[in-house]
Design a protein around this ligand. Structure first.
Ligand code: SPV
Ligand code: MG
Length: 584
């Protein structure tokens, strides 16, 4: 269902009468379900007339008994009950905003008709057309079908009852004359029109199954005289299914105010569906049927799925996306410096690393922060953070520890390594991107040689480019081809900084790949000697190999990794002057 055409019943109901009162000729097309309603509502052709642009579209939706019944696999004999018809009517109303004219069949007996009028008017339908036949009617188009006409006085009484029931002036009741369908004379048809007009009907439909328009044109001529005689102007309606060589303009000139194309979407859909079904049988595959089918994306567009996707992405941006900080492992290099503390508790210029990370996240409205602990977890603390402990952190991989926060990952998340300090604006920039999986990577290794003793998470992007200036830039323009510590530093274009964002879809892809790897692989895996110790970057490389798109947000500096004692001293120097509120 698309919400694009959302409209209230009272806003829609009066549209048909208003258009008619403006003197507009109404072009209506049949709809039998939501998606055909969307087509009637939205299809346009554009052209030019006398140098001026012209747009032609349908003015109203015809909710046909023939096509509603047929789309449910039933004959058009009033066997599809009113509740089922209403269901279709609501379905179409929910996705359209143009006026709807409902084919009310005979309208049932006067009591039934009152209920029908009340329900349709409430729903925002603009008009109902009822035919002067006896319930249960037979469709009008098949020759040789027995057609039993209603007594005109009884039908006029039904019209009066209906008119009394409606609450607004907006709603219209139109009487459909079936005399010509039943083989009766033109004078009987005209006499019926006179009786129904006197009963207060809002318009007349003259139906015919002749292949020539002659009889309805004759009716229209005489109808003009009756209107003159009664000093009223009430719209005249026709359904040119059998006499379809006459144009709307010609019908308009003859006095018809509403032209209904009554069954064409169902008939064309039926033909096309049958052809596609046969093509599939003949070829035992759907490839040959593709040209006969709309692309799936066109359907997604029509029914509003692409809007939903867009809103989901916007919602994700605006929402407090969970952040997971894996911090279970022990840092052996800094052990003498850390003592019994875990690395996130390392103080840099008076604040722990974790406090600094929490502050940078909070400044981006990210408050749902989970830290996975392992080594020295008793010493881990920070306000506003949920801790999840992995007691067996020593036996498994860092990824296994990360998956202890699995309950936070399902709807999308941010992952942040515990040993980096970064400027808040890097997080802000990352939050703006809508890609399913995006890793933040620094391009400064393109300007200086990597230090030999440091093991970096190197990245090679798909389309290597040479940046022309050294200012901080956040130009996201590529996807990752390779990631890992064993990449030749000379060929690396970037360094992964330990910050990544996953949408709901991206998170699903990551988790599924992780679970598949854990279940099905043994021994060496990507760069890991053993799958039991595979890392985040191993998993990302596996995803790349499997064809998932891993995007890259390029930055230039603005972050640092605390890896060696020198890094701590450097960070102290940089951050000493920055005041951080103590409650963080
Ligand atoms: C319908 O579309 O259901 C109609 C028009 O009533 S006709 O089928 O021509 O009777
Ligand atoms: Mg009908």
């Amino acid at each position: 269902m698309t919400l694009l055409n959302n409209i209230l019943p009272e806003q829609r109901r009066g549209k048909l009468r208003a258009l008619l009162e403006q003197g507009r000729q109404i072009r209506a097309l049949e709809a039998h379900n939501g998606i055909s309603g969307i087509i009637v509502n939205s299809v346009k052709v554009e052209g030019e007339c006398d140098g001026k642009p012209v747009i032609r579209e349908f003015d109203a939706i015809w909710e046909s008994s023939l096509t509603d019944s047929a789309s449910k696999g039933h004959p058009d004999i009033e066997v599809v009950g009113i509740d089922s018809r209403l269901q279709t009517i609501f379905e179409i109303l929910a996705v359209t905003n143009k006026p709807m004219i409902v084919d009310g069949d005979t309208g049932g007996d006067p009591n039934n008709f009152e209920y029908l009028v009340s329900k349709l008017e409430r729903a925002g339908v603009s008009a109902v057309i009822i035919e002067d036949k006896v319930f249960p009617k037979r469709n009008s188009l098949e020759t040789g079908t027995q057609q039993t006409l209603e007594d005109p006085a009884a039908f006029a009484q039904k019209i009066r009852r209906g008119k009394k029931t409606q609450l607004t002036r907006d709603f219209m009741i139109i009487a459909r004359i079936e005399a010509l369908i039943a083989g009766k004379s033109m004078s009987e048809a005209l006499e019926r029109a006179r009786v129904y007009l006197k009963a207060g009907v809002d318009g007349i439909m003259i139906h015919s199954k002749s292949e020539k328009p002659d009889e309805i044109l004759e009716f229209a001529k005489q109808y003009a005289l009756i209107q003159k005689e009664l000093e009223i102007r009430r719209p005249l309606v026709c359904v040119p299914t059998t006499y379809n060589q006459i144009t709307e303009d010609e019908l308009g000139e003859a006095g018809f105010n509403i032209v209904i194309h009554a069954n064409h979407l169902l008939r064309s859909a039926y033909k096309s569906m049958e052809e596609v079904a046969k093509t599939l049988l003949l070829n035992q595959r759907s490839f040959e049927a593709d040209p006969q089918c709309a692309p799936v994306r066109s359907i997604f567009q029509a029914v509003g799925f692409l809007d939903v996707k867009k809103k989901d992405q916007e919602n994700e941006l605006a929402s407090n996306i969970p952040v997971v900080i894996p911090a279970a492992g022990e840092d052996t290099l800094l052990k003498p410096y850390l003592g019994n503390k875990p690395k996130p508790m390392l103080e840099i210029a008076g604040q722990t690393m974790l406090q600094r990370q929490v502050r940078a996240l909070n400044q981006n409205n990210l408050t749902d922060i989970t830290v996975v602990t392992g080594h020295a977890h008793e010493a881990m603390h920070a306000e506003g953070v949920e801790f999840v402990h992995n007691p067996s952190y020593e036996n498994g991989s860092a990824l296994q520890s990360f998956m202890h926060a699995r309950h936070k990952l399902g709807n999308g998340f941010l992952m942040l390594y515990a040993d980096i300090l970064l400027e808040e604006n890097i997080i802000a920039k990352l939050l703006q991107y809508k890609e399913d999986i995006i890793l933040v990577a620094d391009n400064s290794i393109q300007y200086h040689k990597a230090e030999a003793e440091r093991e970096l998470d190197y990245v090679i992007i798909r389309h290597k480019h040479k940046p022309t200036h050294r200012r901080i830039s956040f130009v996201y323009d590529n996807t990752i081809a390779k990631i890992g510590k064993k990449i030749n530093p000379e060929t690396a274009t970037h360094e992964f900084i330990g910050l990544a964002k996953f949408s709901k879809t991206g998170a699903e892809q990551l988790i599924q790949t992780y679970e598949d790897c854990v279940r099905n692989y043994k021994g060496k895996f990507q760069e890991a000697d053993d799958i039991a110790r595979f890392t985040f970057t191993d998993l990302i490389q596996e995803m790349i190999d499997r064809g998932f798109v891993i995007n890259l947000l390029e930055i230039h500096q603005g972050w640092m990794e605390i890896h060696r004692v020198e890094d701590i001293e450097l960070a102290n120097q940089f951050l000493r002057h920055i005041q951080i509120p103590t409650h963080l």
